[in-house]
Design a protein around this ligand. Structure first.
Ligand code: NAD
Ligand code: UDP
Length: 348
């Protein structure tokens, strides 16, 4: 048995969950959290941004068999075959393209992939009487709003097609829930997921040079990249650098288990964040302190499209999902670094 295997069933009802995009970063961690909570999972992923080995690693960590389908979720026949051959109680829909910059260059690809897959999946759910649905949305739908971001705020026009696909999917799923009284959907708005499973066996594997801060930091620490460019030190924040709400990916994963447990009829939005803002410089210092390394950095102009400050109001998730994030920034930095040191497959 793998030393990281946990067998606890926390007393909930066992359900069989289809996890689309389950070979990806957040999907793999969520499969582990679901299995640890006593559920079983079926994974569907076209491996466009992930590898089949990640499924083997989940099996190793959890000691569970995982039916895996290499399919595109936009392929209606393939999706229906999954529902024909498995008893599925609910769906968590992670599958999607997520690179903001790429979405500006290839909007048609992003709208097609993210919208069609969601429509095919939800229509198949309705056909097969599957009424429990959890959707991966993003804090990006708040745009540049007052902090903290609260679920009751109007959606703001986002600055890129990726963000628009999230806002559109939220609207589509909300209309579907209105028209189908048995349908329950949670729209989970993630803040900034970082870190890795405590085993160091799974984590985020960016393609090429990372865009996001934490994978960039780990690659500077490893010497793959010379230094970090800090995008702007003239924001109206504690030290002039951008502030974000970093959330440990295992906390986020556990948030999905809670969302499934407390699903209720209709469409309901929940922020999944910590409620704490951390600046770029604060994260750099935390990373150095957590891991005993030095990060060399330089200040450069702001990155186009970035906002100054973003953090969540987490009260609704705490009240309605009985969930709060437990892991602190130091743990996020330690776990991200452990995975980077173990991971032999990353290329820059
Ligand atoms: P990821 O790229 O690691 O995982 C997504 C998975 O979906 C990949 O394995 C990819 O191969 C698969 N996929 C993409 N399109 C597919 C399709 N048409 N059919 C089947 N599989 C497909 O990304 P992630 O970071 O794990 O993100 C998961 C979800 O959460 C995405 O929808 C993303 O937009 C959303 N999200 C991510 C973040 C973040 O910072 N990571 C923040 C907010 C929201
Ligand atoms: N950032 C940075 N250098 C980098 C990558 C990111 O200074 O190489 C900053 C970015 O400007 C933002 C914060 O780090 O203030 C988080 O950026 P990330 O891309 O991780 O998340 P997002 O901007 O999508 O919230």
């Amino acid at each position: 048995m793998c030393p990281y295997s946990k067998t606890s069933n926390r007393g909930g009802t066992t359900t069989n969950i289809l996890v689309t995009g389950g070979a990806g970063y957040i999907g793999t961690h969520t499969c582990i959290a679901l299995i640890e909570a006593g559920h079983t999972v079926v994974v569907a992923d076209n491996l466009s941004n992930s590898k089949r080995e990640s499924i083997e690693t989940i099996k190793r960590i959890t000691n569970q068999e995982i039916p895996f389908y290499e399919v595109d979720i936009s392929d209606r026949q393939a999706v229906e075959r999954i529902f024909e051959t498995n008893h599925i109680d609910g769906v968590i829909h992670f599958a999607g393209l997520k690179a903001v910059g790429e979405s500006v260059e290839k909007p048609a690809t992003y709208y097609e992939n993210n919208l069609i897959s969601t429509l095919v999946l939800v229509n198949s759910c309705l056909k097969y009487g599957i009424n429990r649905f959890v959707f991966s949305s993003s804090a990006t739908v708040y745009g540049e709003n007052e902090v903290p971001f609260v679920e009751t705020m109007e959606r703001y026009p986002t600055t890129n097609p990726y963000g628009e696909t999230k806002a559109m999917c939220e609207r589509i799923l909300t209309d579907i829930a209105k028209a189908n009284p048995l349908f329950s959907v949670s729209l989970l708005r993630y803040f900034n997921p970082v870190g890795a499973h405590e085993s160091g066996l799974i984590g985020e594997v960016p393609t090429g040079i990372p865009n996001n801060l934490m994978p960039y930091l780990t690659q500077v620490a490893k010497g793959k990249i010379d230094d970090l460019s800090i995008f702007g030190n003239d924001y109206p924040t504690i030290d002039g650098t951008g502030v974000r709400d970093y959330i440990h990916v295992m906390d986020l994963a556990e948030g999905h288990v809670a969302a499934l447990t407390y699903l209720k009829k209709g469409a309901h939005i929940y922020n999944l964040g910590t409620g704490q803002g951390t600046s770029v410089l604060q994260l750099v210092k935390a990373f150095e302190q957590a891991n005993g390394v030095t990060i060399s950095y330089k200040m450069v102009p702001r990155r186009s499209g970035d906002i100054a400050c973003c953090y969540a109001d987490v009260d609704k998730a705490r009240r309605e999902l009985q969930w709060i994030a437990k892991r602190d920034v130091i743990t996020m930095c330690k776990d991200a670094w452990r995975f980077e040191q173990n991971n032999l497959h990353q290329e820059v």
